[in-house]
Structure formats: C-alpha cells, structure tokens
Design a protein. Structure first.
Length: 252
C-alpha cells in the first residue's frame, strides 16, 4: 500500500522551498490564506513552479461563499488557463448552488478548461464540498466529472472530527483521491490515514514576525491589532513532523 501523499498549502516560493526541503510531495498555492485562499498571480505561480515540487493552484476569485454567478465562473475559467500556462501541475476548483448542491455545470466547465490546455493536469475539488448539503452524496458525483481528487474535512470543522464521513467519501468516489484537509495537525495524521484517504493536506503555518519599524494603523477589516496584522509563513518543523507521521511504522 502506498504512503499517503503530503500536500502543503503555501503562499510563496519560500514556503514551497520549505515544503520541498522537509518532505512534502506537492504544494497547493494560493494567496490570502487567512481568507480561505484566493487565486495567485501568474508571476507567483511561475516562481513557485520553479522551486521544483508539483504545484496545485487554487482558483477562487473572491472570499466568502462558493455560489458563483456567470461572470465569476467565466473569470475563474480564464484564471484556470492562466495558472496552467504559468506552470501549474493542476488546479483546485469548486462551486455550489444556492441550495447547497454541487454546481456541476460550473465544475464541469472549469474542469474542461483545465483538460483542454494541451497538457495533462490534475483537477481537485476544494472544500466547497464541506459546505454542501450532503458531502458524501456530493463526493459520489465526482468520478463522472473527471476530477482527480477532492480536498475535504469530511464536512466537519476540522478533518480530525470528520473521520467517519471521510471513510464514507472514500467508498463513495472510486477512482477519485480523497485528501483530508482542514485544521489538520501532525498528531491527527494516523487517524486520518486509517480512513483510507490518499493524501493529507495542511498549511503548516505560523504568523510571520512583523518587520515594521514605525507606527501601526489598521488598513483593513482583518487588521484587528498590530500583532495580528501580518502574514503566514510555512513552519519547517510542522512540515517535517507531518512527513514523519506519514512514514510506515516498523515493529519493535
């Protein structure tokens, strides 16, 4: 049985290098990690792809819910093309209808754009599935849509709380890799892999130390304090511990 893959969510080339150096198999690239992740620029995709790990790029045009109108879906289709041209190995997409069902029309359109770019790419359904009315039933739709994998916490606030549903999703979506993600800590990994998931995803993040030398004033809604007004970086110790927890145990 193959070891489940380790995917690290990163926001920079530095984060990708940390992931590479400490045992990750691939990275998911986004910006705005504190907002749940947003589409990165083409230049950022190019820089992270140059690090050397396969790069799955999140395509999400705004924060908030996953109910997208026609204009937003068209924008994300253009973003799918752009990030693949810039070096992405795959894209991470998703959309829901207002009643909590998978927007199969939008997902199929985005997947088709990805597969029509002239080279093989992977397509992952993102955690929109965890906000769907029935995550297991939604997972069962994915094989017919040509998706590679799904990133999910099993519909729970954190993947470690969604173990039974993760196992059910593995059964419901044959041929689609179920990747456990959402609030994952290295200590959760043995229980997550016991469900049969094909991969584990975590951000392994910590807040960067602010480098400002002058006075601080709030510049946005997320700037609650001077200490919190910073960005996230990838913690090498967390990546290394996650990789260690994925290694096969040997009998004493």
């Amino acid at each position: 049985m193959r070891r489940p893959a380790l995917e690290i969510a990163v926001t920079s080339p530095a984060g990708a290098r940390t992931a590479l150096d400490h045992g990750a198999d691939r990275v998911e690239l986004c910006t705005g990690l504190e907002l749940g992740g947003l589409t990165p620029s083409a230049a950022l995709v190019e820089a992270v792809a140059a690090v050397g790990l396969p790069v799955q790029v999140l395509v999400r045009c705004r924060p908030g819910d996953f109910v997208h109108d026609a204009e937003e879906t068209a924008l994300m289709a253009a973003e799918v093309r752009s990030v693949i041209v810039s070096g992405a190995s795959g894209v991470v997409i998703g959309a829901l209808t207002a009643d909590g069902c998978l927007d199969t029309e939008a997902v199929a359109r985005l997947a088709a754009v990805a597969h029509d770019t002239g080279r093989p790419v992977e397509v992952t359904l993102h955690r929109a599935i965890d906000l769907s009315s029935d995550p297991v039933a939604t997972a069962a739709l994915l094989p017919a849509l040509g998706l590679t994998r799904v990133l999910t916490s099993g519909g729970a606030p954190a993947a470690g709380q969604g173990l039974d549903r993760l196992a059910a999703m593995v059964e419901a979506a044959p041929g689609v890799q179920v990747m456990a993600g959402g609030g994952v800590r290295p200590a959760d990994i043995p229980a997550l892999t016991a469900t049969g998931v094909a991969a584990v995803h975590l951000s392994a993040k910590r807040r960067a130390e602010p480098r400002r030398g002058a006075a601080w004033i709030p510049l946005g809604a997320s700037s609650a304090s001077a200490d919190q007004d910073t960005h996230f970086v990838t913690d090498p110790a967390v990546v290394a511990e996650a990789r260690r927890m994925l290694e096969p145990r040997t009998a004493a």
